[in-house]
Design a protein around this ligand. Structure first.
Ligand code: SF4
Length: 402
């Protein structure tokens, strides 16, 4: 269990970050092309589509990283956040068949699975002493309604009251509303009463309906995604928002996606974290995908930091981008690394190779190796403590031969 020796100065974003940023920007000799954007940021002006395109086309990737790092450091100094969580994907049975998805199965598939509440609790029990968050997303099961999930969440809270439940993507909420014949607001009301603490960001893909019709036909529309997150916020729970890039979208589409999230965050102030991650192609049905290079991944993380000036946290989603790139992303605007993870299927079936058994020591070391101070946090970024890196006992020093 985490010892929350919470300190006020660690409690999230520095409210005076816009004042801080000038002195950080002053220390750097910026290229002529980037100077108008630097000035906008210094003056607290928002970046627009033209700025975003310039940043995507700018040849010096490291200069973009430096700019995003100034923005991050103005908020959090040298702190980088992580949490101790486990991902449990409750079922791979899904009524949809998104082209980028390697995870979903029909009910009749040989490798279809649906965890019973008992199975789920057994899985969670294996990690319950070392995590304080369970992240649960899965397929759209045709037989599971909102009452099923209420039973599940209530059982989790009853057995593991210290574990925060971050669960169900926007499309799963929409599916529960349809299957249970109740409004989105009522779905949230029931789930929150049962124990739901926050909403993960998955399912946003790219918020452009023409692209969604090709890569994930049948999923919620762009406006429904925003509407469901707005409803979560109105019901009192925060959410994360994601962006899946490297399928068939243009850079303009990525930027328009960020602007939609920025508008939502302006309205509710309850988007706590943005999670941009690239499409992974294994076992998917999207041969026309462009895929994203490492340059594009780091650049997109940096641009997210610069465009989304009202979303405090930008995540390096190590499970998807891998541990090495996640470490680099901390010098491209990301201030948060997810997480110890424990188990996960959706990304790994699509080709992710990141380690599933990272412990706090390894995550803390990843952050420290990138030049930052690891801060362990809870799901809602409300409690923080410094993480002192101590090698676990199993790491023994080798004796030098005499
Ligand atoms: S991405 Fe989600 S909704 Fe789409 S097929 Fe996969 S599990 Fe189903």
């Amino acid at each position: 269990m985490t010892d929350w020796s919470s300190t006020v100065e660690l409690a999230g974003c520095n409210p005076n970050w816009k004042d801080n940023i000038s002195s950080l920007l002053d220390d750097i000799e910026w290229s002529r092309e980037i100077r108008p954007i630097v000035e906008k940021i210094r003056n607290g002006q928002r970046l627009d589509l033209t700025d975003g395109i310039l940043l995507y086309n700018h040849t010096d990737l490291f200069e973009i990283g430096l700019l995003a790092t100034c923005s991050k450091k103005s908020r959090f100094g040298d702190y980088v956040f992580f949490n101790s969580n486990v991902h449990i994907n409750q079922t791979n049975v899904c009524v949809l068949s998104c082209k980028f998805c390697a995870f979903s199965r029909t009910k009749r598939s040989k490798d279809a699975y649906s965890l019973t509440i008992e199975n789920y609790l057994d899985e969670l029990e294996k990690y319950s002493k070392v995590v304080d968050e369970v992240h649960s997303v899965g397929g759209l099961h045709p037989d599971w309604d909102v009452d099923y999930y209420c039973e599940l969440f209530a059982a989790v809270k009853s057995k593991f009251p210290h574990i925060s439940i971050k669960a169900l993507t926007a499309v799963e909420i929409k599916h529960l509303s349809k299957v249970s014949n109740v409004s989105i607001e009522e779905v949230f009301s029931k789930l929150i009463n049962a124990g739901l603490d926050s909403l993960p960001g998955g399912g946003a893909e790219i918020l452009n309906d023409k692209i969604r019709d090709i890569i994930c036909y049948g999923k919620e529309t762009s406006s429904e995604y925003i509407e469901i997150h707005r409803a979560a916020h109105k019901s009192g729970i925060p959410s994360n928002c994601t962006m899946l890039f490297g399928t068939i979208e243009t850079t303009e589409d990525r930027l328009e996606h960020m602007f939609q999230i920025r508008s939502l965050a302006d309205e509710t102030s309850m988007v706590q974290c943005f999670v941009p991650y690239p499409f992974l192609p294994d076992s998917t049905r999207l041969p026309e995908a462009q895929l994203a290079t490492s340059n594009e991944i780091l650049r997109t993380i940096a641009i997210s930091r610069l465009i989304l000036d009202n979303v405090p946290h930008i995540k390096a989603y190590r499970m998807n981008i891998g541990d090495n790139l996640a470490e680099l992303a901390l010098n491209f605007g990301a201030d948060d690394v997810d997480g110890t993870v424990g188990r996960e299927s959706i990304m790994h079936l699509a080709g992710a190779t990141s380690s599933l058994d990272y412990d706090k020591y390894q995550l803390g070391k990843l952050i420290s190796d990138a030049g930052y101070i690891p801060i362990i946090r809870d799901t809602k970024y409300e409690n923080f403590s410094h993480y002192a890196i101590k090698p676990p006992k199993r790491v023994r020093r080798l004796k030098m031969a005499s």
